[in-house]
Design a protein around this ligand. Structure first.
Ligand code: BJW
Ligand code: ZN
Length: 251
């Protein structure tokens, strides 16, 4: 990672945003890293270090050991409650306000299961991988209400007594249809896509910016490290979200 942001790069990205009517901001775990939420591939620390994400974020893991999986998600939900949006989340909300006030629009499409964009004041068009805060019945899909809690007994549905599961999308599961549709529509309408803090490893989410680039939509990326999406970008800003996004607004 470079020490200081290259001002010519920042100016180029800011000019792309300035000329755009509709901007899509596509975010991953790096967006929330500076709030203290570990990125997906860094999340297995402490008690969880003997697991890999693929051990826990699957329907098979849930079938095998519901208690462990539930405790992992309940702990993560509690940790997110303790942290606050960072300067990057706030800059996205501010960019949205600026676009709206000049008759444009900004759509946030996130892979994150936290609620930090909303708490910073952005409306989220689609949570592609669900939410830590929307547990639901595994059998009848009824929202469970309330939050995941680290209770000794796993909760059951008030309607059908089915087990309540975390409201996130595991490997091998379909993405929520409404969020996916909203994301596709937003990307189709975008004049510019701003990617922030994703490794671009997980599909079908990663296909959204790739297909936008193929259609000729200019792509800006903010990430301290190059990602699998970097080759598709027009302007790569090698910096943390909390540094690069406010810098884009200062130009
Ligand atoms: C910073 C920073 C700072 C650090 N500032 N940046 C096509 C090809 C190959 C495979 C597939 C395919 N299509 C589907 C698949 C299978 C699978 C998949 O993609 N597998 C790949 C791993 C190969 N996909 C699925 O299974 C999806 N479902 C599906 O396709 O359904 C259809 C179907 C069904 C049945 C059969 C076949 C098809 C579902 C995917 C669900 C993903 N769910 C997770 C878990 C959510 C719950 C939870 O949180 O526990 O979502 S996985 C995990 O990865 C999580 C994340 O949202 C997602 C993306 O991760 P993200 O956000 O990119 O985080 P990291 O950690 O990878 O990267 C962080 C980045 O931040 C890094 O680049 C850092 O450098 C950067 N960074 N600090 C800015 N301060
Ligand atoms: Zn039920």
């Amino acid at each position: 990672m470079r020490d200081a942001l290259d001002s010519a790069l920042v100016e180029r990205a800011a000019a792309l945003l300035e000329a755009a009517g509709h901007v899509v901001v596509f975010t991953g775990a790096g967006m929330s890293a500076e709030s203290g939420v570990p990125t997906f591939r860094d999340a297995m620390t402490g008690l969880w270090s003997r697991f890999s994400p693929e051990d826990l974020a699957t329907p098979e893991a849930w079938e095998r050991d519901r208690e462990t999986v539930w405790r992992w998600y309940a702990g993560r939900a509690a940790a997110v409650r303790e942290v606050a949006p960072n300067d990057g989340h706030r800059a996205v909300a501010e960019l949205g306000d600026r676009l709206t006030s000049r008759g444009g629009a900004l759509s946030v499409v996130t892979q994150n299961v936290d609620d930090l964009h909303e708490r910073a004041g952005s409306e989220v068009a689609g949570h592609l991988h669900g939410s830590l805060f929307q547990p639901r019945c595994e059998v009848c899909d009824r929202p469970a209400g309330g939050e995941l809690s680290v209770a000794p007994d796993l909760p059951h549905c008030e309607l059908c007594d089915g087990p309540i599961r975390p409201g996130v999308v595991w490997f091998g599961e379909m993405l929520p249809a409404g969020a996916w549709r909203a994301a596709e529509q937003a990307f189709a309408a975008a004049d510019v896509v701003l990617i922030v803090g994703t490794s671009g490893l997980v599909y079908p989410a990663a296909s959204l910016p790739i297909e936008a680039a193929e259609r000729g939509t200019p792509i800006i990326e903010v990430n301290p490290e190059p990602s699998t999406l970097t080759p598709t970008t027009d302007c790569f800003l090698p910096a943390a979200a909390g540094t690069a996004l406010p810098a884009l607004l200062r130009v």
